[in-house]
Design a protein around this ligand. Structure first.
Ligand code: ZN
Length: 334
């Protein structure tokens, strides 16, 4: 791992170093959707077991769920507050897992921009708050600290999505979209690459569609063409006249249910982030379901089980027991 990458939340130059390291060493960092502290912790537990790093991904709906479905969501208030709360949770505990963690948002279509604007505002508020704290406690190092905090908090990475990810996720249904839109053309990626490269200190990844679909389906229903990514790298290398065979950092959406062969071939083409939701959703549920099946006789009433009619069952129905079973199963799958 690059020296700049430390346990805890990774941002700015360290994040760029980490993504470049992933590309050089041909691995993709899992970007896993989360909906509660349980799934967030399962991600970090998996990263700890595997030696990290990991990306914790907040969708707009996942953020709202963290705030609570009964919370007022006027102007996306709950989507914003829940995403910020989840991010703060990660910031507090990531170091305790000893692994580098990247905070990432999921898809943001145009109509959802108020959610993202709210997150950006929260970022700026936290920047002002941090500077205020630094000023108070470390007046002597004010200048140095201001610039450090600034680079840490405003150095964002943009994931540019091209084409359409099929299937259905987070309330967006693309199941009937024209299939040509599922496959991005190299020219389209070049257009984006050229534009974003011109932004000073701009950091970006490209989620170019190559037949990706959200969800898991019976074999034969999804036709991934990772060769599109290989062809795109060749095309852009020619345009740039650069030495690198993989100038673009790609993102793989709809990773769940994909074959190992397709995943490996996509990673060879410069995929450095692979999004996973459906498979870990199933793993979380499966863990809780197995727990319920295994302890069924202790989960039918508060009192009374095979050991006696007056035996209490509190330690079986404590929500931590079933949630922990879900966490363990999700971490194992990851
Ligand atoms: Zn996606």
């Amino acid at each position: 791992m690059p020296a700049s990458v430390k346990p805890g939340v990774v941002t700015g130059q360290a994040l760029v170093d980490l993504l470049n390291y992933a590309k050089e060493n041909e691995f993709a960092i899992p970007g896993v959707n989360v909906v509660a502290s349980s799934s967030i912790n399962a991600c970090m537990e998996a990263a700890k077991k595997a030696g990290g790093p990991i990306m914790v991904t907040f969708s707009r709906g996942g953020g709202q769920f963290i705030a609570g479905k009964a919370a007022d969501n006027s102007d996306d208030a709950a989507c914003i507050a829940g995403t910020v709360a989840g991010a703060l949770h990660v910031r507090q505990v990531a170091k305790l897992y000893g692994v580098p963690v990247i905070l990432h948002t999921d898809h943001c279509q145009k109509a959802w921009l108020p959610w993202f604007d709210g997150l950006m505002e929260a970022n700026e508020e936290s920047l002002e708050e941090n500077i205020a704290i630094c000023k108070k406690h470390m007046a002597d190092f004010k200048k140095k600290f201001e610039s450090e905090v600034l680079s840490q908090l405003v150095d964002l990475l943009l994931e540019m999505e091209l084409g359409v990810t099929g299937g259905e996720e987070d309330g967006v249904d693309n199941t009937d979209v024209d299939s040509s839109r599922l496959y991005t053309q190299p020219e389209e990626v070049w257009q984006v690459y050229e534009t974003l490269s011109a932004v000073p200190n701009g950091k970006f990844t490209v989620a170019a569609a190559f037949g990706n679909v959200h969800g898991v389906y019976a074999p034969g229903n999804v036709s991934l063409k990772p060769v599109i990514l290989h062809n795109t790298q060749k095309y852009i290398k020619e345009k740039l006249g650069c030495d690198s065979d993989k100038p673009v950092s790609f993102v793989f959406h709809g990773g769940s249910g994909s074959s190992l062969e397709d995943i490996r071939y996509a990673i060879e083409a410069g995929v450095i982030k692979m999004n996973i939701d459906t498979d870990t959703q199933w793993a979380f549920w499966d863990g809780m379901n197995e727990y319920q099946k295994k302890n069924k006789d202790y989960l039918q009433a508060q009192i009374g089980n095979p050991e006696g009619p007056e035996k209490p069952n509190k330690k079986y129905y404590d929500p931590r027991m079933s949630l922990r079973a879900g966490e363990e199963s999700m971490a194992d799958r990851l």
